[in-house]
Design a protein around this ligand. Structure first.
Ligand code: 13P
Length: 212
């Protein structure tokens, strides 16, 4: 099987997994992977991640022109902005999962990092999570805001919308997304209770040892 066909199958497999885990619902969310020639496979617009067809997944150039498949996600341009800014990124995951979206709707004080470093795995997999202001889904200005934040962040939170998470592979990006959703859930479970987030030193040690 060619690398492209393998990655088409991977998108279908992870789409179904995210749908079955209830991290994706309806036709919300989109996944992409970057191919060796710089073009990108991205889920078609208005498709359910639980029922993707590998042959119909959209293939777009790095400039967003449709090369094959169905019309791409309206968010394809922010996926491309992440790839443009992060040469090591091979996959991008954007979902509207419940707890993360709930965080994105809060009136937040610290927009440079919207979740506290509650656990080591959140620090390792997600890192600093800035809040980007609200834009309409599919707005090219949203893609430009993502471009501005993506170089220094592998994950970003879109206000009143949800997270964008990148990784070297689709598996890595999905794992990081799941970690983020779990941290968002912990954040609400803990509520107003006094917590003990990791110290600055502990976060710095994790970043040094695990190379964030
Ligand atoms: P698409 O169906 O165009 O991928 O849009 C879904 C979505 O999640 C918008 O943010």
């Amino acid at each position: 099987m060619s690398e492209e066909n393998h990655l088409r199958e991977e998108i279908v497999r992870y789409g179904r997994l995210l749908y079955d885990r209830r991290l994706a619902h309806g036709s919300a969310g989109n996944l992409s992977v970057r191919l060796a020639d710089g073009s990108v496979l991205v889920t078609p617009t208005n498709s359910s991640l639980g029922f993707l067809d590998p042959a119909r997944i959209s293939k777009v150039s790095s400039r967003g022109e449709l090369l094959a498949g169905d019309p791409p996600s309206k968010e394809a341009f922010f996926h491309l902005a992440v790839y443009d800014q992060r040469p090591t990124a091979g996959a991008v995951v954007h979902l509207h999962s419940t707890y993360s979206v709930a965080v994105s709707c809060l009136c937040l004080e610290h927009t440079d990092d919207v979740l506290p470093p509650l656990t080591a795995y959140h620090v390792m997999r997600v890192g600093k999570l800035p809040l980007l202001k609200y834009y309409r889904p599919g707005d090219r200005a949203l893609a430009e805001a993502v471009r501005g934040a993506a170089r220094d962040h592998k994950a970003m939170m879109l206000a009143n919308h949800g997270p964008i998470v990148s990784g070297k592979t689709l598996d890595e990006a999905v794992c990081a997304y799941e970690e983020l959703e779990e941290t968002a859930k912990l954040f609400f479970i803990l509520g107003d209770r006094k917590t003990s987030p990791l110290t600055f030193e502990a976060v710095a040690e994790i970043n040094t040892v695990f190379g964030n």
